[in-house]
Design a protein around this ligand. Sequence first.
Ligand code: OAD
Length: 368
Amino acid sequence: MAEGGNIDPASSSRRLNLSNEDLDKIECASPTEEDTSPIDHQASDGDLEEMEKIRQFFAQKLNLGSASNESLKVLETVDFDGVMKYIRDGCCKSVVTMAGAGMSTSAGIPDFRSPGSGLYDNLGKYDLPRPEAVFDISFFEKNPQPFFDLARQLYPSELKPTICHRFIRLLEQKGLLLRHYTQNIDTLERAAGVSDERIVEAHGTFHTSHCTGCRQRYDQQWMKDQIFSEDVPKCESCGAVVKPDIVFFGENLPSRFFRLVQDDLKKCDLLIIFGTSLAVQPFASLVDRVPDTCPRLLVNKEKCGRPNLLMRMMGQSGLEFDSSSNYRDVAWLGTCDDGAVAMAAALGWQEELRRLQGEDGARPEEAA
Ligand code: OAD
């Protein structure tokens, strides 16, 4: 104990900074293969405010946070420029990127939760028990039609990656990208030329499909033809419904996700999160699995990733932009494409990004 009854910062940091092994023991929603289906959780603003007040009260009373965090801080300034300098100075070699639907909206694919334009606000005509039911496996087994109607909207009419997808490729070309974890099922990362080995499609993709009866495999073109023919796709061998290999609520995430996530996140020295509300587990919990020294940059239209009460109880601390003890979390608010362009400008990569964007006939002036 330090003077005045305060807890010694060194000992408090030892108790507060849990290792990944510790987290494995206490996180109910940690990505282990036993509990793998996606779970939707959205924090209410009331919860968040209450938790932040309680957290600040205890942090102040116990003098926690600032002193112990100082030794973990690797950014000169905890802002966008600080993160860019960290990259320019060669401080990171293993960047992990996380992506959600906001990364593909400029390719004409709607996201899920944006009020008004998101898919979940536009499902009234299907008379669903709740919007997420369209991606619920037990609902799909009874009534696959709403999903296939929606698939026509989700299916990119042309596989034209955005500037932000190109930026991920550029990170790979620079030898900085350890892995790109995406919740998107649109395959635009592949179309941008990011190599298969670097991509983890955590919620599956339209790339392949399987018969729900005899498991016969179908390719992307076959499924695309079926989706646009407006029929529910049926197996040519047994007549059962064929489902794209995307992960529904109630289904397991791909084993590749669990195989790679443990080592990748431990090695990660910069996490960049693009265009996701971080509302679905276990994907959202990845932000908690990087080392305590790893800076985390969110590029999104809104601040998200703040933990709700339940997540805190499960040992997840989420992103802490507005906390007084924040030493590593930066939010860049705007579109993913503008964020990618801003990063390329700060890193002196504009010309390369412009060239990549022009690669498949896209208008080069769209980039940087
Ligand atoms: P959401 O719709 O939940 O969140 C998209 C986020 O991107 C929101 O925070 C938007 O504000 C933001 N956004 C939208 N357009 C943007 C843009 N151009 N630039 C930057 N930000 C933008 O989508 P996800 O987080 O991807 O799961 O949703 C996660 C999962 O929920 C999906 O994979 C899907 C869904 O249920 C399954 O189907 C299993």
